[in-house]
Design a protein around this ligand. Structure first.
Ligand code: NAD
Length: 327
């Protein structure tokens, strides 16, 4: 397998090497293709990602990604949005299964997956910035809605077969379209489904998270709800994600480049390590993936944790403890 390695910016440069040290323990036949992409590259060269970078990524089976700084400069285009679109990584899959031993702000047990449409919606990239007005066009297509609903139903079939379709169809026509396509796909797949308005969902997810199994939604709503879910699951430093298309895949922690802690060596590497676990599951290395999950739980059990979880260990203390356990 050939994997493009993109640490990116900020703590991406710390958590990705830590995660790679865990991957390396297995000695799998994986060719790594390192790539410099992100804000740092933009500062040096005026381009955060080039056509050549995309061409190199296309030669790989998947991408392991750290995090990227996106600056609010109209000339700076989001690298991740471009990669998700160009590689057609249409499904952003974010599992929220709290790890044992992590102190949670929420007393209720929960285990759900957010399946977020990843290539259109508010992040379609169709935008105009004028002197006195700005437009961002929210695009929802039948193709995009159908394939994300199919993906969510496929995941639901492997779980409790319960789908929640999240939208704002009471206000947005594009969302009544999304809702109708999703309900049609759920019926066709014989999956139980319910619907929630996104604002009510943000509220109910905190009060009754145990009710949810698979949540399917549009790009921006999924982005926001998954940060809320990360807070419920113990923090951004613990939550991995997979961006899946029919041909390529990209695995990344859901957090950003965290400039407030970058360079201090204290970023929690578990989200990046669990992203490696998701990559191994995707590639069929299930035993290795399971081993990573067990080692992560074990390290948490022994309170080898970074400051975000109340500990005083460094990024590499945590990844070293995990590699030691796996060995
Ligand atoms: P962020 O996720 O970088 O940080 C939010 C908070 O969580 C910060 O207090 C940070 O210290 C903490 N945090 C995040 N990851 C952590 C970890 N592994 N261990 C310990 N603490 C962690 O979000 P932000 O501050 O809103 O954004 C910073 C930059 O990252 C921005 O430029 C933003 O555009 C970018 N961003 C990138 C991605 C990505 O690359 N996928 C995602 C979100 C934000």
């Amino acid at each position: 397998m050939k994997v493009a390695i993109i640490p990116g910016d900020g703590i991406g440069k710390e958590v990705l090497p830590a995660a790679l040290s865990v991957l390396d323990v297995f000695g799998l036949d994986i060719e790594k293709v390192p790539l410099e992409i992100g804000f740092g590259k933009w500062e040096k060269t005026g381009s955060a990602i080039t056509d050549d970078d995309i061409a190199l990524i296309r030669q790989c089976d998947c991408v392991l990604f750290g995090a990227i700084t996106t600056v609010p400069d109209p000339n700076y285009k989001s690298v991740l949005v471009r990669m998700r679109k160009e590689l057609d990584l249409y499904a952003n899959i974010r599992p929220f299964t709290p790890l044992e031993k992590v102190k949670l702000p929420c007393a209720k047990k929960f285990d759900f997956v957010i399946v977020r449409e990843n290539t259109e919606g508010m992040y379609s990239g169709v935008e105009e910035l004028h002197e006195d007005v700005a437009y961002s066009t929210r695009i929802i297509t039948r193709k995009g809605s159908t394939r994300i609903a199919e993906k969510a139903c496929k995941i639901a079939k492997m779980r409790k077969k319960q789908l929640t379709i999240v939208h704002k169809a009471n206000v947005l026509k594009s969302d009544s379209f999304f809702r109708d396509v999703c309900t049609g796909v759920a019926k066709k797949n014989d999956i139980r489904y319910n619907e929630m308005f996104v604002d009510a969902m943000a509220y109910d997810m905190i009060l009754h998270p145990e009710k949810y199994d698979v949540i399917v939604t549009t790009n921006l709503f999924g982005d926001i709800l998954s940060d809320e879910a990360a807070a419920m699951a113990g923090g951004l430093g613990l939550c991995p994600s997979a961006n899946i298309g029919d041909k390529y895949a990209l695995f990344e922690p859901i957090h950003g480049s965290a400039p407030d802690i970058a360079g201090k060596g204290i970023a929690n590497p578990i989200a990046a390590i669990l992203s490696v676990k998701m990559m191994l599951e995707w590639a069929g290395f299930n035993a290795e993936a399971k081993t990573i999950g067990q080692a992560v739980n074990n390290v948490l059990d022994n309170a080898i944790i970074t400051p975000d979880l109340g500990g005083s260990y460094s990024t590499f203390d945590v990844s070293n403890a995990i590699t030691k356990l796996i060995r």
